[in-house]
Design a protein. Structure first.
Length: 103
Protein backbone atom coordinates (compact mmCIF):
# COMPACT_ATOMS: atom_id res chain seq x y z
CA UNK A 1 0.00 0.00 0.00
CA UNK A 2 1.13 3.53 -0.72
CA UNK A 3 -0.27 4.79 2.58
CA UNK A 4 1.53 3.87 5.80
CA UNK A 5 1.06 4.36 9.53
CA UNK A 6 1.98 7.93 10.51
CA UNK A 7 1.07 9.53 7.15
CA UNK A 8 -1.06 12.68 7.02
CA UNK A 9 -4.06 11.96 4.79
CA UNK A 10 -7.10 13.80 3.38
CA UNK A 11 -10.51 12.08 3.16
CA UNK A 12 -11.83 12.21 -0.43
CA UNK A 13 -15.41 10.96 -0.02
CA UNK A 14 -18.08 10.14 2.53
CA UNK A 15 -19.44 11.95 5.57
CA UNK A 16 -15.95 13.15 6.59
CA UNK A 17 -14.96 14.47 3.14
CA UNK A 18 -12.25 17.13 3.36
CA UNK A 19 -11.09 16.22 6.88
CA UNK A 20 -7.43 15.52 7.49
CA UNK A 21 -5.82 13.23 10.03
CA UNK A 22 -2.96 10.90 10.75
CA UNK A 23 -3.08 7.19 9.92
CA UNK A 24 -2.99 5.34 13.26
CA UNK A 25 -3.34 1.84 11.83
CA UNK A 26 -2.88 0.25 8.42
CA UNK A 27 -4.71 -2.95 7.46
CA UNK A 28 -3.13 -4.05 4.14
CA UNK A 29 -4.96 -7.40 3.84
CA UNK A 30 -8.33 -5.65 4.05
CA UNK A 31 -7.06 -2.57 2.12
CA UNK A 32 -8.22 -0.28 4.93
CA UNK A 33 -6.72 2.40 7.16
CA UNK A 34 -7.75 3.90 10.50
CA UNK A 35 -7.44 7.71 10.60
CA UNK A 36 -7.47 9.66 13.88
CA UNK A 37 -10.60 11.78 14.34
CA UNK A 38 -12.24 10.51 11.14
CA UNK A 39 -15.12 8.01 10.63
CA UNK A 40 -15.94 7.91 14.34
CA UNK A 41 -18.46 5.16 15.20
CA UNK A 42 -20.57 5.49 18.35
CA UNK A 43 -21.65 2.43 20.35
CA UNK A 44 -24.16 2.47 23.18
CA UNK A 45 -22.69 0.35 26.00
CA UNK A 46 -24.69 -1.11 28.85
CA UNK A 47 -23.14 -0.79 32.32
CA UNK A 48 -20.93 -3.75 33.28
CA UNK A 49 -18.36 -4.62 35.93
CA UNK A 50 -15.49 -3.34 33.76
CA UNK A 51 -17.45 -0.20 32.84
CA UNK A 52 -19.91 0.52 35.69
CA UNK A 53 -20.98 3.86 34.19
CA UNK A 54 -21.96 2.55 30.73
CA UNK A 55 -22.76 5.22 28.13
CA UNK A 56 -21.43 6.03 24.67
CA UNK A 57 -18.20 4.55 23.34
CA UNK A 58 -16.60 6.46 20.45
CA UNK A 59 -14.06 4.68 18.26
CA UNK A 60 -12.49 5.33 14.85
CA UNK A 61 -13.65 2.78 12.28
CA UNK A 62 -11.50 1.67 9.32
CA UNK A 63 -11.86 3.46 5.97
CA UNK A 64 -11.14 1.93 2.58
CA UNK A 65 -7.76 3.10 1.30
CA UNK A 66 -9.35 4.44 -1.93
CA UNK A 67 -11.30 7.02 0.11
CA UNK A 68 -8.14 8.72 1.38
CA UNK A 69 -5.17 10.39 -0.30
CA UNK A 70 -1.86 11.49 1.13
CA UNK A 71 -1.73 15.17 2.06
CA UNK A 72 0.83 17.05 -0.06
CA UNK A 73 3.72 18.17 2.20
CA UNK A 74 3.81 21.58 0.45
CA UNK A 75 0.12 22.50 0.03
CA UNK A 76 -1.71 20.16 2.41
CA UNK A 77 -4.15 19.12 -0.33
CA UNK A 78 -4.63 15.57 -1.63
CA UNK A 79 -2.01 14.10 -3.96
CA UNK A 80 -1.12 10.80 -5.56
CA UNK A 81 2.11 8.96 -4.74
CA UNK A 82 4.94 8.02 -7.06
CA UNK A 83 7.93 5.83 -6.24
CA UNK A 84 11.38 7.05 -7.30
CA UNK A 85 14.94 6.01 -6.62
CA UNK A 86 17.00 8.72 -4.92
CA UNK A 87 20.51 8.11 -3.57
CA UNK A 88 20.03 4.38 -4.21
CA UNK A 89 16.88 4.20 -2.07
CA UNK A 90 13.27 3.69 -3.16
CA UNK A 91 11.31 6.67 -1.82
CA UNK A 92 7.74 8.00 -2.03
CA UNK A 93 7.24 11.30 -3.84
CA UNK A 94 4.12 13.51 -4.07
CA UNK A 95 2.98 13.74 -7.69
CA UNK A 96 1.62 17.32 -7.43
CA UNK A 97 4.64 19.05 -5.89
CA UNK A 98 7.47 16.55 -6.36
CA UNK A 99 8.21 16.77 -2.61
CA UNK A 100 9.57 13.77 -0.72
CA UNK A 101 7.06 12.05 1.58
CA UNK A 102 8.80 11.05 4.80
CA UNK A 103 8.18 7.62 6.21
Amino acid sequence: MRIKKGDKVVVLSGKDKGKTGEVTQSLPKEQKVVVSGVNVAVRHRKASQENPQGGLERKEAPLHVSKVAIADPKTGGPTRVRFEERDGKKVRVAVKSGELING
